[in-house]
Design a protein around this ligand. Sequence first.
Ligand code: GLU
Length: 492
Amino acid sequence: MKPARTRIAPSPTGRFHLGGARTALFDYLLARKTGGQFILRFEDTDRKRFVPGSEEEIIRSLDWLGITPDESPVHGGKYGPYRQTERREIYQRYAGILVEKGSAYPCFCTPERLDQMRREQEARKVERVRYDGLCRRLDPEEAARRVAAGERHVIRFKMPYEGTTTAHDHLRGDIVTENKYLDDYVLLKSDGLPTYHLSAMADDHDMEITHVIRTAEWLPTFPLHVQIIRAFGWEEPVWIHPSIFLKPSGKGKMSKRDDAAAIKDGYSIFVDDLQGLGYIPEGVLNWMALMGWGVAEDDVMTLDEMIARFSIDNLTPSPAGINFQKLDHFNGTHIRLLATEDLARRLKPYLTGAGLAVDNDTLLKVTPLIRERLVTLDDCIPFAGFFFKDGVEPSPEELVAKGLDAQQSADIAHKAYDILASLPTLSHQVAEPPMREFVERSGLSANQVFGILRVAVTGQKVSPPLFESMEVIGREKVLERLQRAVELLKKM
Ligand code: GLU
């Protein structure tokens, strides 16, 4: 396959969500797979909806995911500029070419007239409200004179009234539309700025985009887009409109408004939030890839493996449900695949962010102990935060083992203290066997005895493996904490 040039063309009008990120991932995979380029272009012509910071968020999100574009407004490239507001003249020139070819025409109709036209057509209950072609029938020379005289106008595409348009989507096959359901869409607005229909087609052509992957929301105007390209006589890209996302409930299409619900459950549909929520790019990428890419459901892949296996033939057009539990699954799975040093480096900011004083030696010892239990990186705070505190504050009630009273629990803690204090070190190999023997002798369960010990030395009921944890905490502190537990229990 010849090198593919792919692109995302987000509008900087809001936050960067999973839908945009998944498109970017497919674009990236196809470009890498074929030795091509992945391009980021900003469709920023809608100045009223422009949101400051949005461009930065998109770039930051792509970087974090590890799918950085090869060409973009910040990375440069020889097909720039990569912002549509910097390409105005290009679109005006292209609109002029279509007018010259007779495929487009200036329209001088005022908004008031168009409004009236629409109302009349609605009253007549037409099948499809459509521009009535008043200016389409103007003598081209007269129209040119009015344009030259500075009369306010738009440029409209001259859609055939009859016949059909066949547009081919790589996943959906031929889509045949009767032209009477289409319209003389506006290509250039009266302020001289293009609509998506013109600018996207022009940019994709100029930037030599070979594959356009975009949301299925563009299917209704897909016939127009191929008509525009054919009117220019350009080569069409391969069109791919992947699946839409469904809400986690499976009911209805996912929209940006669904984020509130996601946030409540500790998730987000915005990529830029996921790091703060403890997700790692590997997990997010794997999860996103499988929404719309037909490989076996629980297939764990790194980005490199995805590149190796990617094919646009395996993308699917059927809707994909957003399932955050699967995100958790992939995140945990990829966390477990990380090398200890790498995982430790990634955990550190969450611990320090929680106000803990982290020393790297301890962190490197703790990391393997907690790896299996992490779903998100920030799970390390409740689970292992105590390793980085000077003291622990066990609750006396929690120190009392199930089925025992405070006095009995104090006795156990005391005996455990004696056993551990008699040992030269508290490495888990040394400490565990005598403690297990003690459990046997005591006639109690391991849960009861080790439960007391766990709460005493970690301050919590759930912790990483007890003896490994005690080894990291160190003999002195373990003994100190056991003593304190005995005191607490006796006071109850
Ligand atoms: N700005 C368009 C959007 O965000 C781009 C669509 C496309 O990729 O062509 O929907």
